[in-house]
Design a protein around this ligand. Sequence first.
Ligand code: PBG
Length: 323
Amino acid sequence: MNIRPRRNRKSAVIRAMVEETKLGVENLIYPVFLKDGKNIKEEVASMPGNYRWSVDKLLPEIETCVELGVRSFDLFPAVDESLKDKTGTYSWSSDNFYLHAIRAIKERFPEVMLMSDVALDPYSSDGHDGLVENGKILNDETLPLLNNMSLAQAQAGIDIIGPSDMMDGRIASIREHLDANGYTEVSIMSYTAKYASAFYGPFRDALNSAPKSGDKKTYQMNPANKREALIEAELDINEGADMIMVKPAMCYLDVIHLLKETFPVPVTAYNVSGECAMIHAAAKNGWLNYEAAVYETLLSIKRAGADGILTYFAKDFAQMTQR
Ligand code: PBG
């Protein structure tokens, strides 16, 4: 044998020198759940180490994260059932605790990046991302509602809007509405290839946002389809998306790779709640090494082509790579 690939793996120094993929905490966005009230830190049962926070408790947690190098956060509101309605009016109400929380966080930590979901589901009495009428999720009628939600978030100081609703035409609609109101600097990271996935279960438990009837298959993508992601990406980019996202991540590495190879905009991936829960469950049983599995998972998503990764492991990753 004159070619022996093992020679490039023979010491830690050589392995580090030829390592192709670098993953750092700066690539990670940490999703966190917010709840109205004071002194609240409730663990999400299926996602150990992830909590619903009231803003007073979240501020010191953000400080800890920032010290660890985690400086990007995606905030999700757990909304009281009594405040939900068909059109999600609470999402742009001046009383909305979540919008107040964004302001409070930005005031205390102006340097952090705050991102926010745009979709009706946490605010909708139907639990769908769009407006429901006679069992149908209406597309064009949903757009003005998403515009209102986006503008309210922009006014509260959000850095990146993340439309996760999968309505057609929503990126153009939101972009125009933000620009018309002077928010040209607010970015859009579009949930571009968002699949109708079985892996969102723990997230819907965290926010109590599961659909009351029907499923999300008429707007989220079919897991069988890859080429269709090209259509979605082209539309989103032409409509004004600054970054495009694939979601979930672990089962969709091929889609991440395809979009990264095809389009010049940054590609991100959402390592979703069910993917996080699986690793925790196996680790708890002693079937996987938690830290090794987390590292390999995030590294693989980066290797597939993701520039940024939304992941519930962000804080743990920061902690384990600092040791
Ligand atoms: C809401 C939304 C969902 C997630 C992010 N934004 C759930 C859904 O579409 O039902 C899932 C995130 C996760 O599972 O971690 N539109």
